[in-house]
Design a protein around this ligand. Structure first.
Ligand code: C2E
Ligand code: MG
Ligand code: MG
Length: 696
């Protein structure tokens, strides 16, 4: 209670009554004023001494009561003291308690330590004030006074208990936490075993330190607590000194940080980092049970994201994680380890036998439609499974096994699960090797373009050519797309290949135009390249080149691309044709069979797939149909894979005059192309036209 003087009128309030008691004196202040020891009344709410007898005025170094009442005691009052006074007030109200404590007052900034007894008094307006009786000025040594004062003001909770846990002393900070006079130490711990462990350690070492959850009057809290065996200075009996600081906020911040470090924010599943650590932990354990490891990947998640937005994608991830959780037991674990990838660890005695059933159950539960803003989105998932045997400490390799099995599920058409086998592992190793080899092939410029002519039987001329990628392998010789396109697509190296082919094709067309060769070039565009966001920009930069006549370039896309998001595809196709490039649909008739779309898109050429040529004459009606369809939409029809004269005659009869096939020429290196063109045109002149009865 530090003092301060203010020029304000004192608000002396008539004395009312001790709480709960009927006043026995009409003027109790008079009685108080007659006492020889200091007595004063402190208004806790307004921080004023509203009455003081002569001894109290001497103690406070005040001339008059009015002068003392004018002092605002809140100035320079420490928060601990302010809290302590509020505590007193509650104590008065709740239990009519009397407190006795050593306080240091600072009248005119001079310290006076006094033993004071505090009692509650109700003021006429109903509020509770504090009647203070000084029981004598403490005349201890300065050191004692100082330590008593420090004990009073510190935020550190200091308390003393008997060996049975009965409270002997609490400083104000501790009293703030436990207001009841008789706190029983064993009762403050949320976890009763904490007290037992502290007792054992005290017995063993004489001291203990813990961060513990405790019950305080304000609710549950976390305290950093130290316990020490000592003696009660008053009785000499054995006691426990307890010091504590409240670390609740710190603990919550730490818990939150570790929660954030372990959990995925979107789905509330564990994240990759946690999963990795957990796997290491499993490896370090002597497990005598196997664990099934599932790698789960949502099929076509990107499409949901692209079509309905990221919010829908996130919602789907949450729903999927909830569906998975519904299939798990306490002993299992779920982590989200990538965009749409989850890892599940299934524990159980009979895992190898049960694994199929549990995986099927998860798959069935996850693969339910998902509704988002009135849209029904079909959900399917591919799963790869491996089993980590008991006692095996190399858990990481089973993640790869599950990944290999997942790949197998995808390869087999998705929406299924596969359990890892050694055979799968071998194939995966080969694929890995192929990937490394391919990457190095791109680096060393081992790729080249070959071109295959396309002949117009009516004019007898080579009207265009198709650019086809080849890999000139240093040991295995010239490799066909079938040997590398698949790996390129799986590994993403298709981007590199696509880029190479587009660059080379543009250069080739420029060269041909320069040398007066008016032949269009058709190049294959992978679905990935077609749907890539930067593709139109790349095409546009090529289109601006003055040496490139854009209608000499045709982009071949497959039917599967057209089956993607139709609006997006239509917009892309329009952008491409607006740049002047032409569009062909490759391998027509083998893929998506909804013909309604074909008239919507700006298509200038349909290429009949070789499989129809191979199945002639059975396929004649289909080829006829395709030809009619092409005519309807004003597109050219090209018959691919013509190897012999019979096939040539049949397609010619149907009306397909544009022919690409080994009959005329297989794909040849660019350098040999002009020679091939010359040969074809000469041969046409001499031979074919006569045989087909063509007139020019
Ligand atoms: P595609 O686009 O349908 O190409 C036609 C394929 O048919 C070529 O095979 C060609 O050599 C082959 N072919 C043409 N006439 C005949 C014939 O009379 N008999 C036989 N047996 N085959 C014939 P290729 O070069 O092996 O290419 C296969 C596929 O690989 C292509 O089919 C295309 O889908 C893909 N591809 C080739 N080059 C590229 C490329 O640069 N980029 C992309 N994304 N895909 C490419
Ligand atoms: Mg093609
Ligand atoms: Mg084709």
């Amino acid at each position: 209670m530090n003092d301060a003087t203010e020029d304000q009128e004192p608000s002396v309030v008539p004395f009312s009554s001790p709480i709960g008691k009927t006043p026995e004196f009409k003027e109790p202040f008079d009685l108080a004023r007659r006492l020889t020891h200091a007595v004063w009344v402190y208004d806790i709410d307004n921080c004023r001494n509203i009455m003081a007898n002569a001894a109290a005025l001497r103690l406070w170094k005040a001339e008059t009561e009015a002068e003392l009442a004018a002092r605002d005691m809140s100035i320079d009052m420490s928060t601990t003291v302010a809290k302590r006074l509020k505590q007193y007030q509650s104590g008065f109200i709740e239990n009519d308690t009397t407190f006795k404590e050593l306080w240091t007052l600072y009248p005119h900034e001079e310290p006076v330590s006094v033993d004071v007894v505090y009692t509650g008094y109700r003021l006429p307006d109903g509020r509770i004030a504090m009647l203070c009786e000084a029981r004598g000025i403490a005349e201890d040594a300065p050191e004692t006074l100082r330590s008593a004062e420090a004990l009073l003001h510190t935020d550190v909770m200091i308390s003393l208990f008997t060996k049975t846990g009965r409270e002997l002393y609490m400083n104000p900070a501790a009293r703030n936490t436990w207001r009841s006079e008789k706190t029983h130490l064993p009762d403050v711990f949320v976890n009763s075993s904490d007290y037992d462990s502290i007792l054992s350690e005290l017995e063993l070492r004489g001291e203990a330190r813990r961060v513990l959850q405790i019950k305080s009057d304000a609710g549950l809290a976390w305290h950093d607590m130290s316990f020490k065996n000592c003696r009660d200075a008053a009785t000499g009996g054995p006691a426990t000194l307890v010091t504590a600081i409240d670390v609740t906020e710190l603990k919550h911040a730490r818990d939150r940080a570790s929660y954030l470090a372990d959990k995925d924010q979107t789905t509330d599943c564990y994240n990759r980092a946690f999963f990795q650590r957990h796997l290491e932990f499993l490896g370090s354990q002597q497990r005598n049970l196997p664990i099934a490891l599932l790698y789960l990947d949502l099929d076509r998640f990107k499409q949901t994201n692209d079509k309905y937005g990221h919010e829908a994608g996130d919602r789907l991830l949450v729903v999927v994680s909830e569906r998975i959780k519904a299939c798990l037991t306490e002993a299992d674990l779920l982590a989200r380890v990538g965009g749409d990838e989850f890892v599940i660890l299934l524990s159980g005695t009979d895992i190898p036998a049960q694994v199929r059933g549990r995986v099927d159950q998860i798959q069935k539960t996850v693969c339910q439609p998902f509704f988002y803003k009135n849209n029904k989105i079909e959900v399917t998932t591919s799963i790869g499974v491996s089993v980590i045997p008991a006692h095996d400490s190399h858990c990481a390799k089973y993640v790869r096994h599950a990944d290999v099995a997942l790949y197998e599920s995808k390869r087999l058409g998705r929406n299924r699960s596969s359990i890892y086998t050694e055979q799968m592992g071998r194939i995966a190793d080969q694929r890995l090797q192929a990937e490394a080899e391919l990457a190095s092939a791109f680096e060393h410029g081992e790729f080249e373009l070959h071109v295959q002519p396309c002949v117009d039987l009516c004019s007898g001329k080579v009207i265009s050519a198709e650019a086809l990628a080849r890999w000139r392998h240093p040991e295995r010789g010239l490799l066909m797309p079938v040997d590398f396109i698949g790996v390129c697509e799986e590994t993403g190296l298709i981007d590199v290949l696509d880029h190479f082919v587009l660059e080379q094709s543009c250069e080739l067309v420029k060269r041909w135009l320069k040398s007066g060769l008016k032949i269009g070039l058709s190049l294959n565009v992978s679905p990935r390249q077609f749907l890539d966001d930067g593709f139109i920009a790349t095409l546009s930069s090529h289109a601006q080149h003055p040496d490139l006549k854009n209608d000499s370039l045709q982009l071949e896309i497959t039917e599967s691309v057209l089956a993607e998001d139709q609006d997006r595809v239509a917009e892309r196709l329009r952008s491409i044709t607006a740049l002047g490039f032409k569009i062909a649909v490759d391998d027509f008739g083998t893929g998506y069979s909804n013909l309604a779309y074909i008239s919507k898109f700006p298509i200038s050429c349909i290429k009949i797939d070789k499989s129809f040529i191979d199945t002639l004459p059975t396929s004649v009606p289909v080829i006829r149909l395709i030809k009619r369809l092409s005519e309807e939409i004003g597109a050219q029809t090209v018959a691919e894979g013509i190897e012999d004269f019979t096939a040539l005659g049949t397609v010619f009869e149907i009306g397909c005059h544009c022919i690409q096939g080994n009959y005329f020429s297989p794909p040849v290196p660019i350098a040999d192309f002009q020679k091939a063109v010359h040969l074809i045109e000469t041969q046409l002149e001499a031979d074919i036209i006569a045989n087909l009865g063509l007139k020019r």
